[in-house]
Each structure stands twice: as structure tokens, then as C-alpha cells.
Ligand binder design. Sequence first.
Ligand code: UT7
Length: 328
Amino acid sequence: MSDAVARGAAVLGVGAYRPRRVVSNEEICEQIDSTDEWIRTRTGIASRRWAEPDETLDHMATAAATGALEASGLDPTALGMILAASCTDVQPIQPLGVRVAAKLGTEVAALSINATCAGFCYGLGLARELVRGGTADHVLVVGAERLSDVTDHDDRGTAFIFADGAGAFVVGRSDEDAIGPVVWGSDGVRGEVLRLVPDWGEFRDDRALGSPAISMQGRRVFKWAAEEMPKAAAAACKAAGVSIADIDVLVPHQANHRITETIVKALELKDDVVVADDIVTTGNTSSASIPLAVHRLRAEGRVQRGDRALLIGFGGGLAYAAQVATLP
Ligand code: UT7
């Protein structure tokens, strides 16, 4: 076996950017017929962050990336690749990954990826392979979203859920295989349950349709996630060669705390497992939610270096990806 194949990959550092503006449930209820109690009970969300005009995707992604690089003790020039996940970037011809590279002051290879709320775990899976295969020594994976831009704030079915922010990991060479194989897949046949309506092409052709906004059949997305994600999570543990009892930290995409509870119950995790609950004050930030949740757990001292975390991304597409990763 060559050296390139034998080496492992690990998460070296984590960074985050949370927009300044805190939006309470009371503020949401000024526009929809709902209550703080309903939103808390049905989703776990007490407040969320919405980005202001100067808190662009580029700004948030670069801030999260800078934090992850600093935590890793690395200069941007050490990167061999940037993978930027987003489903709310509206400038695909000048990809977000390349824009972040420019803001970091490096001419590294960079690209944007979109697997909606699974995008970060897709990026982490790709980063692992790039590092293990010897293509890059260090890969930056960043998830950044401005979902408030594509939320219909009068829609009772979605106005309270979606939010903004960015989170990043730096992945690098390691003697140990500290990131397990990714388990991923999609169910595109059911994909119409979560999409933009109208899409940007329909809007271009008929402005009367109004600006694109997220349309979600919440119950159907919930059912898919609750049924399928425990299976994906168990498969990710198996692929990593660990048992469910070896998992110290559960970090599912922060979509709804009831989905998280369903996954916890279905997996029969150990009693003292730490479960990410960043949704309470961050809302659902799609591809940014997993690194944001990990960042908070570390900042609050609820996890330790070396803890084994099970990450599960799922959402629009319908796409999902899960892996086990040792925390830095
Ligand atoms: O990140 C991408 C992936 N996204 C997700 O994973 C989201 C998955 N889905 C969900 O999180 C949930 O489906 C929601 C939180 C979006 C909605 O919760 P739900 O429990 O599925 O609500 P529902 O649409 O089934 O409606 C239940 C009840 C209905 O009343 P009745 O018919 O039981 O009397 C609705 O009219 O709740 C009512 N309702 C509301 N009440 C107050 C629906 N929306 C609201 C609201 N405020 N905003």
C-alpha cells in the first residue's frame, strides 16, 4: 500500500459565524398566526439569527473559515482545496468557494457544492477522501446560508424555522483515521416536498409569481427524516467500525428538535450521550447547522477533544449524508 493511501484524515479546527440580529418567536408571530409556545413545542426553536445586508454569504463563510483556520493553527496558504456548501448562493457563476478563497488571500482550488442541509456532510466526506488519497494535505469545508432571503415570512408553514449563519471545519492529515467513511444517498422521487416555488427560471419569465421562496410539506419531510436517518446513522457507525455505544456526541442537522428526539430514541444511544441542541437559539441553517452546532458544544465545554461524534445531514433533494468524526 502506498503512503498516500495509508494516511488518515482528521478534523483539525472548527469555526462559526452567527449573524448579529436575534429574531424572537414573538417577532415571527407579528407576521404569522402562531405563538411562541407552538413554535417552541413543535420545533424547539426559541429564537434564530437573521443576517443583515452587510452579513453576506461571503462575509459569513470567510469569518467561519478564518475561525477554523485559526483553531487549526494554519495559514490559508496551507489549504489544498476549499469546498463551500450552500443552497442559498445566488451567484453560481462566481462560485462561493472561489470567492472565499479570494477573501482568505489564497489562490487555492475551490468549488461550491449543494446538497442542501446535507451539504456539509457531503463536503466532509469529500474532504476526507481528498486528504486520504493524497490530493490535498488540508481541506476547508464551509457551510453558509442566508435562508431568510428565500423564506416567505408570511408562510405559517416555514416562517419560524429557517435562519442564517456559517460554520466551517479544517480537515487535514492524521496518523489515525479520525473521520469515518461517509454514508450518503438521495430520494429524488420525493424531492418535490421541499423546494423553491417559483424557481428562479419561472420568476425570470413571470415576475408576477413573486420572488422564489421555500415551499415545504413539513410533515412529509419530517416522516422521511425520522424513518430514514436512524438507518443512515447506524450504517455510518458500521462503516466507521464503531458501535452505537461508542458514540459520545450526536449532531444531527438542526431541523427540528422532535426529529432529533426520534433519532435518539431509534438509535438507543448511551444514556450520557451529548445531543446537539443549537436549534434553540440558531434555528435551521441548512448546510451551516452541523458545524455551528459542533462549535457551540465545544465553546460551552460540553464535549472534549477526542470525543466521537455522529454527524447526520438531511434535507432538500431529498439528500442525506452521515459519518462518524472524532472531535478536535
Ligand atoms: O431542514 C430541511 C428539513 N426540514 C425539516 O426537517 C422540517 C421537517 N418538518 C417539521 O419540522 C414540521 O413538519 C413543522 C415544524 C414544519 C410543522 O410541524 P407539524 O407538527 O408537522 O405541523 P403540521 O403541519 O402537521 O400541523 C399541525 C397543526 C395543524 O393544526 P390542526 O390541523 O392539528 O388543528 C396546523 O394548522 O399545527 C397547526 N400549525 C400551526 N399552528 C401554529 C401549522 N403551522 C402552525 C404555526 N403556528 N406556525
